[in-house]
Design a protein around this ligand. Sequence first.
Ligand SMILES: [Zn+2]
Length: 622
Amino acid sequence: MQSILRAACALSMLAGTAAAQTIYPLDRAEMAVGARFDLKVEFPGNTPPADLKVTINGEDAGKVFGRAPYIDTDEDGLGHTAYWIRGVELPKAGRFAVVATDGQRSAKVEWEAFATPQGRIARNVILLIGDGMSIAHRTAARMLSKGIREGRYGGELAMDDMPHMALVSTSGTDSIVTDSANAMSAYTTGHKSCVNALGVYCARNRSTLGHPNVETIAELAKRKLGLAVGVVTDAEIEDATPAGMVAHTRRRSDYDDIVRMFYWLQPDVMLGGGSLNFRPSGDGRGKRKDGLDYIEKFQKAGYRFVDTATGLASAAGEDGTRKLLGLFNEKNIDGSLDRKFLKKGTVAKFPDQPDLTDMTRAALEVLSRSEKGFLLMVEAGRIDKYSHSLDWERAVYDTIMFDNTVAIAKAFAEKSGDTLVIVVPDHGHPVSIIGTYDDAKGEQLRDRLQTYADAGFPNYPAADRDGFPEKVDVSRRLALVFAAYPDYCDPGRPYMEGENEPTIAAPAAVQPAPQTSPDAPQPAATTSTGATLAPQQGASSARDAAKPAGEEEKPRALANEVYCKSGAARKIGNLPFTARSGVHAADDVVLTAMGPGAEVLRGRVDNTFVFRAMARALGLGQ
Ligand SMILES: [Zn+2]
C-alpha cells in the first residue's frame, strides 16, 4: 500500500511538473498593501536560471521588489526549479499580473492589492470563532438556553442579536471541505490555503516549514501598529485555530514549532490548554522533543504564568500585568457540560479550569491596558471536537458558553464604542434538528423519534442564570442528528459518563476495508490562466514527509459496543471504513458583527474577506 502510494505520488508530481509552472500566491489572491508574503515560482525540471523570467505588470519581479531572486535548480531533490523572493509586499493598491516563463512555457496569475482607508476605523478588534459551529448548534443553543413555546423563543442569543450578518464560504485551495487550519488561516492572512496548512501556500517543499509564507494579522498588527495581541481558546493553544494567529507551517500538528512561533511573536495574552507542548518530555509534564521549557522562556520574557482559574483572575486584576500566559490543562480544557454539571472528562485532575468567559474577561482586562489598542481572538474549540465525536449535547452546551462569551465582547464594545466584534464559525458540521426523542413512545430509538406535530417541544428545565439547563438527560430530548458518521451505535440520549467515543480501532487481525484513501494523490488541475493548482502535489508530498513509514494503513473503525445497548440504533456508517469520527461540511456558515467597520460584512463573502474587514477596520493596508 505504502509503495503504491509513493509511486502514485511520484507520478502525480511528474504530471504536475509537466503541466506548467506554479506561481504562489495563487491566482486571484488578494492582499493588503504592505502585507508581506513570499513569492515563489516552481518551474518544471532543472531549468537554467538564465532562462527564467518572472514579471509583475511587465516589469522584472526582482526590480519591482528591489531584490534578487534565490534560485534552486533542484529544490529538495524533487527535480523542479524554484524561484524565490521572500518577504515582499505590494506597495500600492491595484491589480498585478504575474507572468513566469522558462522560455518555452509561461504561466500567469493575477493578484489584487487593496488599500484601507486612512487612519483607523476601530481601535480594537475582537474575533470570536465558534469552531465548527453550524446553524443547528445555534438553534439548539437558543432552544436550550432561552426556551421555546408555541413556536416562539424566550429570548435571543447574544450572537444573533447583532446588526450585521453575512454568509461565509469556507472552501480551501485544494478542497471544497476545509479543516480548522486553512479555515483560520483565511481569516488571519486573507489568503486561501490547503487542508492542514497555517500561514503558508502549499507548495512542493519537503519540509513542512519550507512553504511560501503569508503574514498573519497578528504579525501585521504588531509590526505596523504595535497593537497588543490576545489569543484565547479552550482547545490546546497550539491547536489549529489559535495557531492560525502566529504559525507558518504546512502541517498543523507541528506543535513544538508552533509553540516556538508563539514565542517569536509574543502575543501579549495567551490563554488555553496544551501545556504538554510547552514543557520538555521526560518529567511526565511535557512532550517537547527539543528539551526546551517554553513556560520558563515566556516567564523570562516577562510573562505572568498561571494554571488555574483562581490564579488567572488574580493575575489579570493586577495593574502591572501586561503579558499573561495561562495554560489550564495538558490538553483541551473540559467543556462546560463536564465542568459545570457532570464532572467527567479531566475535571478531577484539573478541578480549577476557567470557563471561556473567565478567560475572555481576563484577556480584555489585560489588553485594555495597551495604549495602542488590541486584536483579540477567542475560540470555542470544543463545539467542533464534540461534533466530531457525535456528542451534540456537549457541543451545544459549549455553544451556550460561546454565546456568553459573545455577550461579554459585546458589552465591552458597547462601552468602548471603538471595537469591531466579529462572531463566526471557521466551518460547519453536517448537523440538523429533525424532531424530538420521547422516552414514553417505545423501546427502539426509531419508535421514540417524533417528527412534525408529534415532535412537539423538548422538556429541558428552564436554564440557570448562565443559560444552561441543569438537567440534560430529560425524557423528551432534541433529536439532533449527524449526516456523516462511521459505523456506530446511537443511544439517542446524552453521554452522561463522558464524551462519546463512537468507534474503536479494529484489532490487527481484522483486515482493513477497501477504501479511497484521503491521502491518495489527485491529478493536477489547470486553471483557465494556465497556472497549475499545485496544492494536490504539495499535499501528497507533505503528508508523505509527515508520516513515518507504515502509517498509511489505518485500521478499520468498528462501532464502540459500549453504546450498543437495547434501544440504541445501530447505524451503518456512510463515511470511509477507516473514519473514526464525524467530518466537517462544506456548507456556508453564518457571521454576525457589530461596531465600527462591521457594515462591510453582508451578503455572501469568502472567508478571506473577514481578514479584509479586520484589516480595513484597523487600517493595516496603508
Ligand atoms: Zn474539526
